[in-house]
Structure formats: structure tokens, C-alpha cells
Design a protein around this ligand. Structure first.
Ligand code: NAI
Length: 458
């Protein structure tokens, strides 16, 4: 008889949701080991705090533009210290909610660093240096990811930060230089731009948010440019150095079309991707298979070590909170011989810029690469009542479908509430619905989501 049915290492949205599912749905006796704060990157240094900043930034922009709605707001200003306090209030509240749910479901939470010492043994080193040996039938690794820093000389200079540090700042940089035009880069570009700071983005690839549909990249680049953000693509960052003029400014040397250029800023954000966190996690005789740092698993999350599963960012792939949660639920179901409850084939992704960007399923390009005969249909949001009355930027929704059957394969959009609307398409793709079936649903008027009917009308 083992002490626990399941030991979870890592308390992010992958780990804590899996622990709750294991205890609540399957009645497993669960212990969760977390070295930092419960909630993981998502709640403490990622999704939630970023969205608090983005929400404040959006409100600030709207207040400054409220004249067109017939409203007057004079002397609009912001206080980063108060925004930070608000961020803390939100994250504290969500953390207490998780702690309460853990208590209700009788999940034991151990503060400490977990290490897998054998197929069923986790050693947790607590903050006072005590080692607690935990014997569990199953182990679930959900240790997440951390910012991966490219070897740029000068990346350790003061003023060069990752998103973790930037989120904690209670004073904005005057000019933020962002290295990496991916999801994190463009969300921070949106925040800083809305608060009136100067923003420059250096991206190595020919386009920003390169893993998404081309039209989304182009539209976002155009919009950001219109708002005053400088976006330089196809660049190679060579070095960061002090401007040497006693002002504390930094100089970033980069190459664009083989010509060396320099940009000066008081803050530099490096957001060039994240890497799985596995340091110190395994004893020498109990190592799972890995590839470029990510733990390899089968479709159920099983690693090469019997009884040991891994989910979320630590397994690479789409490093998204909701993907980790879904993987955790499926892994726990597998431990209990149950059918996987979540379809992992369709994982929506969102960028919380203003307007938002969202995508699910295949782009037309990807469908064609897979040999699917497909078509795509695009509608612009300028005829959507809610978009016009609320003064949103023009946006669009694109639907990719199989030509013969009209089965929906994917959707990409840039518009207000895209992150909510995409849920409809994720459900449709997952359930194999056709354009006609989606268009045959009555959606309330006036709403942003009624544009889905329009986008699916044949
Ligand atoms: P990313 O992979 O989205 O973007 C990194 C970008 O940096 C890429 O465009 C890449 O080409 C570029 N790059 C790499 N090396 C470079 C260099 N030396 N110079 C210039 N550009 C360079 O990674 P990011 O933005 O750091 O985000 C990490 C993870 O966090 C992603 O998996 C993302 O999906 C996730 N995330 C998701 C969010 C959301 O769902 N809204 C929000 C924030 C992060």
C-alpha cells in the first residue's frame, strides 16, 4: 500500500487542475509539491498579471479616446504603483481560491522542491532543508517552463529584463526595446504603447507572430505601426551595451539586411521563447526520455518511466495554460483507466493585444500542406453592429473549411473579444461541425459573436 495515489510536481494550471480532477472526480489521494506560489507561471508571472496590465492599458486608451463617444475625461493619468497593487489583489484572490479548492478536495499541498528519486518515489526538499520522501502509485510532472535567453552579449546588463521582471516594475521604461516579436513581445508592446511609451520590436524572422496565419501578422504589424510602434523584422541582434554616456541608457546593436544598426533604449525586454524546466528533477538512474530539454510522452502523457506522467510546458509543444490543464485531465483519466475527456487536437491560442487575436485548428496554408482540399472565407467586422457602436478597430474573421463537406477545419481572427469568440470555433472544429450547422444557430443581436453566423453563411 502506497502513501498516495498521485504525487504532482508543480502547481500551475497543469498540476493544480490535475490534482483537483484526480481527487474530485476519481477519489485519488493526492499530494502536490510546489516550490514557489501555487498557480504557477500563469497566475504569478504570466497570463493573469499580464492581462491585468493589458486591461488597465486598454481602459486608459479608451478614456483618452472617449471624446468620440460624447464623453469628457480630463487629466486622465495612470499610477503604475496602483496598477501593481491591483495586480496583487487579483492574483492574491485567485491564489486563495485555488488554496480553498485544494482544501475542499483534500489535496495535500507541500511547499518544497520535488525530485523523482525512483519510479514511485518523490523527494520533496522543504524550505528549511528537510527532505520528505513521498511514495505514490503515480507521479505527474507539471514543472512548466522558464524564459529562454539567447546568448546575446550584454543580456545580463541592468535594464535588460525578461517578462517576469517587467511585470513587477512600478515605473515604466520611457523607451522599451523588445527582442522577439512573438506572443509575449506583442502583448507588452500593446501595454507600453497604450501607456504612451516608445516601443521598438526587433524580430529575427521575416514576420512577427510567425506561427500564426500570415494575415494576422500583417494586420497586427500595420495596426501597431499606425499607433506608433516600430517593428523591425528579419533582424539579428548582435550585442547589448551601455550607451556609455552616464545616463544608464542601453544600446542594442543589430543587423538588418547586412547593415549594422543601433537602437538606444532605457529598457530591453528579451522574449525569444521559453524552455522546459527539468533541472534537478531526476536522479541519475531514473531519467525519462527527453528531446531538446522537453520530456517525451505518449498521447496520454506517459513518460518512459512506468507510472510517471508529464504534461504542459515541460513537454514542449504549445506552451499554453489551457493546453496544460487539458493534458493533465487526460493523464489523470488514463491513470484511472478512463477515456480521455478532452480533445487535444484543437487547442485555441489567443494574443491579448487590442484588438485581440485568436486562432484554432488549421490555417488554409496548413490544411493545404496536409493535402486537404479546402477553402477559406473571410468577413470584415465593419458590418457588425456591436463593433461599430463600440468604436472598435476594424477586424476580421476567417474560416477554413473542407471544400466538399464544408466541415470547419480552422478559424483565425483579429477583432474585439476574439478570445471569447474562438471558443465557438474550437467547439465546432472539435465536434466536426459544418459551416451550415454553425450558421444555423441563432446568436443574440447585437453582439460580436453574431459575426460567427455571418462568417459561416455559405
Ligand atoms: P514566442 O515563441 O511566441 O516568440 C518568440 C519570438 O522571438 C519568435 O518570433 C522568434 O522568432 C523571436 N526570436 C527568437 N530569437 C530571437 C532573436 N535573437 N532576436 C530577435 N527575435 C528572436 O515566445 P514568447 O513570446 O517568448 O512566449 C513564450 C511562450 O509563452 C509561447 O509559447 C507563448 O505561446 C506563451 N504565451 C502565451 C500567451 C497567450 O496565450 N496569450 C501570452 C504569453 C506567452
Amino acid at each position: 500500500m502506497r502513501d498516495y495515489d498521485l504525487a504532482v510536481i508543480g502547481g500551475g494550471p497543469g498540476g493544480y487542475e490535475a490534482a483537483l480532477e484526480a481527487a474530485g472526480v476519481y477519489g485519488m489521494k493526492v499530494v502536490l509539491i510546489e516550490k514557489d506560489a501555487i498557480g504557477g507561471t500563469c497566475l504569478n508571472h504570466g497570463c493573469i498579471p499580464t492581462k491585468v496590465l493589458l486591461h488597465a492599458a486598454d481602459l486608459y486608451r479608451q478614456m483618452n479616446e472617449c471624446d468620440r463617444f460624447g464623453l469628457c475625461a480630463e487629466g486622465v493619468s495612470f499610477d503604475m504603483k496602483k496598477i501593481q497593487a491591483r495586480k496583487k489583489e487579483v492574483t492574491d484572490s485567485l491564489r486563495s481560491g485555488i488554496a480553498l479548492m485544494m482544501k475542499q478536495k483534500k489535496v495535500e499541498v507541500v511547499e518544497g522542491t520535488g525530485r523523482i528519486a525512483g519510479p514511485h518515489i518523490v523527494e520533496a526538499e522543504t524550505p528549511d532543508g528537510e527532505i520528505r520522501r513521498i511514495d505514490a502509485k503515480f507521479i505527474l510532472i507539471a514543472t512548466g517552463s522558464a524564459a529562454s535567453l539567447p546568448p546575446i552579449p550584454g543580456a545580463d546588463l541592468p535594464g535588460v529584463v525578461t517578462s517576469d521582471a517587467l511585470l513587477e516594475k512600478d515605473r515604466l521604461f520611457n523607451h522599451l526595446l523588445i527582442i522577439g516579436g512573438g506572443v509575449i513581445g506583442m502583448e507588452f508592446a500593446s501595454v507600453y504603447n497604450a501607456f504612451g511609451a516608445k516601443v521598438t520590436v526587433l524580430e529575427a524572422l521575416p514576420r512577427i507572430i510567425a506561427n500564426l496565419d500570415k494575415e494576422l501578422s500583417q494586420s497586427l504589424k500595420m495596426l501597431m505601426k499606425k499607433r506608433g510602434v516600430t517593428i523591425l523584422t528579419g533582424t539579428r541582434v548582435e550585442e547589448i551595451r551601455s550607451a556609455g554616456d552616464g545616463t544608464g541608457l542601453l544600446e542594442c546593436v543589430y543587423t538588418e539586411k547586412d547593415a549594422a544598426q543601433t537602437v538606444t533604449a532605457d529598457g530591453i525586454l528579451i522574449c525569444t521563447g521559453r524552455r522546459p524546466v527539468t533541472e534537478g528533477l531526476f536522479s541519475a538512474d531514473c531519467m525519462p526520455e527527453t528531446e531538446k530539454g522537453r520530456i517525451l510522452t505518449d498521447a496520454y502523457g506517459q513518460t518512459a518511466i512506468p507510472g510517471v506522467y508529464a504534461i504542459g510546458d515541460v513537454t514542449g509543444g504549445m506552451m499554453l495554460a489551457h493546453a496544460a490543464t487539458a493534458m493533465g485531465k487526460n493523464a489523470v483519466a488514463h491513470m484511472n483507466g478512463a477515456k480521455a475527456p478532452v480533445n487535444l487536437q484543437v487547442i485555441p491560442s489567443c494574443i491579448y493585444t487590442d484588438p485581440e487575436i485568436a486562432s484554432a485548428g488549421l490555417t488554409a496554408e496548413q490544411a493545404k500542406e496536409q493535402g486537404v482540399v479546402c477553402k477559406s472565407k473571410k468577413i470584415v467586422m465593419s458590418a457588425n453592429g456591436k463593433t461599430v457602436l463600440s468604436g472598435q478597430e476594424r477586424g476580421f474573421i476567417k474560416v477554413v473549411y473542407e471544400e466538399e463537406t464544408h466541415r470547419i477545419l480552422g478559424a483565425q481572427m483579429m477583432c474585439a473579444r476574439a478570445s471569447d469568440i474562438i471558443g465557438e470555433f474550437a467547439a465546432a472544429i472539435s465536434a466536426g461541425l459544418t459551416l451550415e450547422q454553425m450558421a444555423g444557430v441563432i446568436r443574440p443581436h447585437p453582439t460580436f459573436s453574431e459575426a460567427v453566423t455571418e462568417a459561416c453563411r455559405v
